[in-house]
Design a protein around this ligand. Sequence first.
Ligand code: GAR
Length: 189
Amino acid sequence: MKQKLAIFASGAGSNAKKIIEHFKNSPVAAVALVVCNKPHAGVLDIAAAAEIETALIERDQYKKDGYAQFLKEKGIDFVILAGFLWKIPQPLIDAFPRGIINIHPALLPKYGGKGMYGAFVHEAVIAAKDAVSGITIHYVDEHYDHGDVIFQATCDIAPGDTPDQLAEKVHQLEHEHFPRVIEQLLTGK
Ligand code: GAR
């Protein structure tokens, strides 16, 4: 049976787009739902263009049960965070053991934690004059950017690279690897 994926995203949704495209005609899984907390986020347009159901969530209900019951009613098997910025509440973690993964735009455990997202991460990496950065795909637990690491990939930072240029390199890595790593997890291969 095809597994049903839910993507949680708060922003532009370029990763969501790649994942949707990857699983479009897949026998393994399909993106069944895009969950978003921002009414005007680009990811909602991406989902609409792909004719995928969307759910705009609100904070009180989210804090109560993380919409776990709603996801179960929709038959969701696996949850993917792709640029989603709210912390995952315990009831949602309990409802999907080893069933929620996140992508982070740096090499965890460096540059993780509350407030470390998107451009803030790349600004911190450039300010520290690091020579490499990259991506981390990891299981989600009750702490920000903390669960077991599934996959990492790196990119070089050239002297003079700006945070925007680094963001571009990191996005390329994300797009190249995230859909493939999800498929590997789902198939166990
Ligand atoms: C991605 O780079 C993702 O790694 C990051 O947000 C971006 C979303 O881009 N996530 C975090 O910073 C989470 N801490 P997208 O909306 O184009 O996919």
